[in-house]
Design a binder for this molecule. Structure first.
Ligand code: PEP
Length: 251
């Protein structure tokens, strides 16, 4: 049975003190969500060790938002997967559309990052999703299929057990416009079918596929009721304890 997950991507928000408070607030309310739902938070790099300390005796897992595509050495400004593991991370997000759009993240780099994440015992939240013009041109299925095949098809079924996919249509991220549950379910089912065709039904059935893009307590219930939507990757609404917990209570 695949896991139900709600993950909070804090992006470049909060001071360390605010992040610690946010994490404490989430931990304090984690028993208000169903046992079958797992929570992950992804603070900025500078907050990881402080937030790890808050999460240490709780079921809430820690994620980074990115990792380097090199193992170590002269790569100024980068943070290696081994360092994230050392800081207490269980996960890293990879391929977020903001990384793809502003920092030249492409499939070639993502393949290297993914390998380093696994070598260092990290699981990966792998983001895919089309831009508005790609959807308007009817290319969203092709775009998502390429993002998946270029990075995930080189993995073994065993490695796929450490991958969560987040479908995040770029036009819905931070815009207040959410994909309708029909639009989201359609592409989640397509992603699962794409996984099944390459890896077989077992991998496809066991892979958690999250929806991301202006998800909030008021729309999470309808989205999470869809058969192929296993939770959410949450940006803005993950910065407020009650909203984040409210979304996790929406299953
Ligand atoms: C995200 O960036 O992962 C995201 C889903 O953002 P938001 O919820 O703010 O749209």
């Amino acid at each position: 049975m695949r896991k139900k997950i709600v993950a909070g991507n804090w992006k470049m928000n909060t001071s360390i003190a605010e992040g610690v408070e946010l994490a404490k607030g989430i931990v304090a309310k984690v028993n208000e969500i169903s046992k079958g739902v797992s929570l992950i938070v992804a603070p900025p790099f500078t907050h990881l060790t402080s937030v790890a300390e808050v999460l240490k005796d709780s079921p809430v897992a820690l994620s980074a938002q990115n990792c380097a595509d090199q193992p170590k050495g002269a790569f100024t400004g980068e943070v290696a997967a081994s360092m994230l593991k050392d800081a207490g991370c269980t996960y890293t997000i990879l391929g977020h559309s903001e990384r793809r759009q502003y920092y030249g993240e492409n499939s070639e780099k993502l393949v290297r990052k993914m390998a380093l994440a696994f070598e260092n015992g990290l699981k990966v939240i792998f983001c895919v999703g089309e831009k508005l013009e790609e959807r308007n041109e009817g290319r969203h299925f092709d775009v998502v299929a390429s993002q998946i095949s270029e990075v995930l098809f080189g993995l073994t079924p065993k490695q796929m057990a450490h991958v969560i996919i987040a479908y995040e249509p770029v036009w819905a991220i931070g815009t207040g416009v959410t994909a309708t549950s029909e639009q989201a379910q359609e592409i989640h089912a397509f992603i699962r079918k794409t996984l099944a065709a390459h890896f077989g039904d077992d991998v496809a059935d066991n892979t958690t596929i999250l929806y991301g893009g202006s998800c909030k307590p008021s729309n999470a219930k309808e989205l999470f009721a869809c058969p192929d939507i296993d939770g959410g990757l949450i940006g803005g609404a993950s910065l407020k304890v009650d909203d984040f917990i409210g979304i996790a209570q929406s299953f």
